[in-house]
Design a protein around this ligand. Structure first.
Ligand code: C5P
Length: 244
């Protein structure tokens, strides 16, 4: 994989026109585009087809991040409605071991796309986990909780997980190098984000050094004063440096 292929740009924008603007601007700079809740709610599943039909791109350049969380039958129905060759789709690891397995089994192996389980949102801190009722063993050490959930996801047949770059190394050690690790919560030292909600952050360099296969970057690229292309290139440079 080329360094830029490891960069996923988060299309967290309110409408299709804005999304298309970023796709055209960044299609040569990043590997994948992530459609999340905001854009999906605004435009619906039809947008995925439209994006996949952009000449020269195709469905494999898009990642659907809805973090689906419901009973397995409902999640299965939702995924089958929207997935048409998209490369990566997220579900929530809190579906539990049986739910995850049931879902993955029903989706069938050998599909071109990959199911990734969200472990612990990068916007949650140790104190948030404590407030949510996790026992101190896990609340005070989010990495242990992420590894626990990653192992469950792997056992169920998921192809990878979403976690912070802080936990990427431990997940790779526990689940093997072929188990995909995708990391949001990326904050380059040179890019500030106003009113940031992310907690367990790392730089692009650190995430890749720790073993992330892909990093997800949104606001640091969208809000960069010199423009998104310049920011994406700086991120890719960090990825390349970390891979050396
Ligand atoms: O703007 P920012 O770089 O914080 O964007 C991060 C993206 O990654 C958002 O689209 C968010 O939904 C997503 N994400 C996350 N934490 C997870 C999973 C996905 O921040 N655990």
């Amino acid at each position: 994989m080329e360094p830029k292929e490891r960069l996923i740009f988060a299309l967290d924008v309110p409408d299709k026109m804005t999304a298309l603007k970023y796709v055209n601007l960044l299609r040569e700079e990043v590997g994948l585009f992530k459609v999340g809740l905001e854009l999906f709610m605004a435009e619906g599943p039809v947008l995925l087809q439209e994006l996949a039909n952009i000449p020269g791109l195709g469905p494999s350049r898009f990642f659907l991040d809805l973090k689906l969380y419901d009973i397995p039958a409902t999640v299965l129905g939702a995924i089958l409605t929207v997935v048409h060759g998209l490369m990566l789709v997220t579900i929530h690891s809190d579906l539990g071991p049986r739910g995850l397995k049931q879902l993955v089994d029903n989706l069938g192996s050998g599909s071109a796309w990959k199911i990734l389980a969200v472990t612990v949102l990068t916007s949650l801190s140790a104190s948030d986990l404590e407030a949510l009722g996790y026992v101190p063993e896990y609340a005070r050490h989010p990495e242990s909780l992420v590894v626990l959930k990653a192992k469950l996801a792997k056992a169920a047949g998921c192809q990878g997980v979403i976690c912070s770059g802080r936990e990427a190394k431990a997940v790779k050690e526990a689940c093997g190098k072929d188990f995909l690790v995708v990391c949001p919560g990326i904050r380059p030292a040179w890019a500030g984000v106003q009113g940031d909600d992310q907690q367990r952050i790392v730089t692009p360099y650190e995430a890749i050094k720790n073993g992330a296969d892909y990093i997800v970057v949104g606001r640091p690229i969208r809000e960069y004063p010199d423009g998104p292309v310049a920011a994406a290139r700086r991120v890719v440079k960090e990825i390349a440096d970390a891979l050396k």
